[in-house]
Design a binder for this molecule. Structure first.
Ligand SMILES: [Zn+2]
Length: 293
């Protein structure tokens, strides 16, 4: 077992041109299914929780369950808070044992985004070796409490990205390049891969300074995923697809056994579907067999 922060996992991924899946979970059974799958494939993996499940079950419970499951496997794993707009909640998760945090001040002005992100970076530096992710530009769609209408999507400016990273000292960087939260309405979403390449060269062209994160992984074609990994994306956030299979598993169980009322069996169906999905993502990202442990 190796509990890491996400930056350690992502530096290796960036250098070796594969990506690490960051899978959003809302409960412990789902978390166990994701880690078990990654362990079977010897893939490094990042567990992510967004703000709503953290408020429901508490950061302390998620962090303790994560530690317990992580102790039983032989791969590198990290746990990250996703899209948090509250500095206080970021700090609470750091104190609870999260190894990585995303502070999302992307809706603020550049100066305010820098100030807010740096506050969390400074706290992380004083408290353990926690990785901080920040975002510049806006990712369209809905992810938990973060909602951006598509007409207000603003892609990341490469020079501002450089300034943002230098002035905040953050670890992992999420540039908005046209990916979206939720499921894509078009089969051919407009993703600005050239912009990602420019940012990757500017920031990580010499040595890897801040690994690049791709939000809105759900629904992207295999070809786009491969292009994004090849162009410097080393962390892929997958949330919506996990939510869908979790609910679908419950539905499937209830339709097949409407009078059984057995939540353990229902969870099994949900976990099996989750494991299949995570397996296919790990294959696509090329992270199978890459765990450093
Ligand atoms: Zn996101």
């Amino acid at each position: 077992m190796s509990i890491s922060n996400s930056k350690e996992l992502l530096i290796k991924a960036t250098a070796e041109k594969y990506a690490v899946g960051a899978f959003n979970v809302t409960n412990i059974a789902q978390m166990a299914a994701v880690i078990e799958t990654a362990a079977e494939l010897k893939a490094p993996v990042i567990i992510q929780t967004s703000v709503a499940p953290v408020k429901q079950l508490t950061p302390e419970l998620f962090a303790a369950a994560f530690r317990n499951i992580a102790e039983r496997v032989d791969i590198s794993v990290a746990i990250q808070l996703d899209h948090c707009t509250s500095i206080d909640l970021c700090k609470r998760c750091i104190d609870a044992g999260y190894t990585s945090i995303m502070i999302d001040a992307s809706k603020e002005t550049l100066e305010d985004n820098i100030r807010i992100t740096k506050t969390v970076v400074d706290y992380a530096r004083e408290n353990n070796d926690v990785s901080i992710e920040g975002e510049l530009g806006t990712v369209g769609g809905v992810e938990d409490q973060v909602r951006v209408v598509m007409s207000q999507v603003e892609l990341c400016d490469p020079q501002n990205a450089l300034k943002f990273i230098e002035e905040t000292g953050l670890d992992n960087f999420a540039p908005a390049i046209g990916t979206a939260h939720g499921i894509y309405k078009s089969n051919n979403p407009e993703i600005d891969i050239d912009r990602l390449k420019i940012i990757a060269k500017l920031i990580n062209g010499g040595k890897v300074v801040a690994p690049l994160v791709i939000h809105g992984g759900s629904g992207l074609s295999e070809q786009i995923v491969r292009d994004l990994v090849f162009s410097g994306g080393s962390k892929f956030n997958v949330s919506t697809e996990l939510k869908h299979v979790w609910i679908k598993g419950a539905e499937e169980y209830i339709i097949n056994a409407p009078k059984e009322f057995n939540p353990v069996k229902m969870n099994r169906v949900q976990m099996d579907l989750t494991m299949k999905l995570v397996h296919s993502w790990i294959d696509r990202l090329g992270s199978s067999g890459k765990s450093g442990v």
